[in-house]
Design a protein around this ligand. Structure first.
Ligand code: C2E
Ligand code: MG
Ligand code: MG
Ligand code: MG
Length: 276
C-alpha cells in the first residue's frame, strides 16, 4: 500500500552523515574522558604450552567499561584511539597495567601486550616501554610486544631500527596475526622476532581445508627453521589442538583452552589450573 510505504520511508531510522560524525565525536570525547576516569580494564587470555597445557603467560587485551554500555571490545575503539592519537595514552596505561599484574605471577610467566603500528611512528616508543618497565619493576624479559605486519609496511627501515632498540631493552617481540599480510615471510627473516602467532583464520579453517592445514604446517616448520616460538591463536576445538600438537606447534591460545578473563580470574587459574 502506497501510504504505508510512504510512512515507512519517513520512519526508517537512517543516521545522516551529520549524526554519524556526532556519534564519532561523542565517542572520541567519551574515550578521552574514559582515560581520566579509569574506565579501561585489562583482561588476560592465557597462553599454554601446547603439549603439556602448562600456562606460560598471558596476552593483555584491553576492554572499555563504558558507563552506559556493555564492556566494549577493542574492535569498537582501538581504530578511533589510533586516529585521534589517544592510543599513546591508552597504550601506556595497558603497558603499565599488564606489567603490574605480571609482577604478581610466577616469575617464569610472560605477559604480552599489543602495540599499534602508529606507535612505531614516534621515536619515543622505546622510552615509553622502558618507563613502563622501570616504573613497575617488571624484568624486561618477561614482557613481549605483539606487533602486526602493518608496522613494517609503514616505514620498513625505521621499523627495523625501532625493533632493534626494543630488543636492546631485553623485551621479546612477536609477529601477530601471522599469514594475513602480504609478505609476512620476508619480514620474519629480516626483523628480530622471537615468535610468531598464526592467525586465527588459518586455525579456524584447518579442519575443513587441506590447504589451510598445509599452510599451518609450513608456517610452523618455517618458524622453527628461524628459531621462533610458534603460537596458534583462536583454537576453539580439541581437534584443532590435537592437530597442532602433531604439527609441533609450541604454544596454544584460544577459547577452547581459556577465554580472556579478569586479572583476578587469571590469578585464580594460576593457583588452581584444574578446579573441581
Ligand atoms: P589480537 O591481538 O589478535 O588478539 C586476539 C583476539 O582474538 C582477541 O580479541 C581474543 O579475545 C580473540 N580470541 C582469542 N581466542 C579466540 C578464539 O578461540 N575464538 C575467537 N573467535 N576469538 C578468539 P579482542 O580482545 O577483541 O581483541 C581484538 C584485537 O584488538 C586484538 O587482536 C588486538 O589487535 C587489538 N587489541 C586488543 N588489546 C589491545 C591493546 O591494548 N592495544 C592495541 N593496540 N590493540 C589491542
Ligand atoms: Mg595479539
Ligand atoms: Mg592475533
Ligand atoms: Mg588481531
Amino acid at each position: 500500500e502506497a501510504k504505508a510505504g510512504e510512512r515507512n520511508r519517513f520512519n526508517l531510522y537512517e543516521p545522516t552523515m551529520n549524526e554519524r560524525i556526532m556519534t564519532r565525536r561523542q565517542l572520541e570525547m567519551d574515550l578521552r574522558q574514559a582515560l581520566h576516569q579509569d574506565e579501561f580494564r585489562v583482561f588476560f587470555q592465557p597462553r599454554f604450552d601446547a603439549r603439556s597445557r602448562k600456562v606460560l603467560g598471558a596476552e593483555a587485551l584491553v576492554r572499555w567499561a563504558h558507563p552506559s554500555r556493555d564492556l566494549l571490545s577493542p574492535a569498537s575503539f582501538i581504530v578511533l584511539a589510533e586516529d585521534t592519537g589517544l592510543i599513546f595514552e591508552l597504550s601506556d596505561w595497558v603497558l603499565r597495567a599488564a606489567c603490574r599484574h605480571a609482577l604478581a605471577w610466577d616469575d617464569a610467566l610472560i605477559v604480552s601486550v599489543n602495540l599499534s603500528a602508529v606507535e612505531f611512528q614516534r621515536a619515543d616508543l622505546v622510552e615509553r616501554v622502558q618507563n613502563a618497565l622501570k616504573e613497575t619493576g617488571l624484568a624486561a624479559h618477561r614482557l613481549e610486544l605483539e606487533i602486526t605486519e602493518n608496522v613494517m609496511l609503514e616505514d620498513a627501515v625505521s621499523a627495523l631500527r625501532m625493533m632493534h632498540r626494543l630488543k636492546a631493552l631485553g623485551v621479546r617481540l612477536s609477529m601477530d596475526d601471522f599469514g594475513t599480510g602480504y609478505s609476512s615471510l620476508g619480514y620474519l627473516r629480516r626483523y628480530p622476532f622471537d615468535g610468531l602467532k598464526i592467525d586465527r583464520s588459518f586455525i579456524m579453517e584447518m579442519e575443513q581445508s587441506q590447504s589451510s592445514q598445509a599452510i599451518v604446517d609450513a608456517i610452523i616448520s618455517m618458524g622453527h627453521a628461524l628459531s621462533l616460538t610458534v603460537t596458534a591463536e583462536g583454537i576453539e576445538t580439541a581437534e584443532q589442538l590435537d592437530r597442532l600438537i602433531e604439527l609441533t606447534c609450541d604454544q596454544a591460545q584460544g577459547f577452547y583452552l581459556a577465554r580472556p578473563m579478569s586479572p583476578a580470574h587469571f590469578t585464580r587459574l594460576l593457583e588452581d589450573p584444574f578446579p573441581g
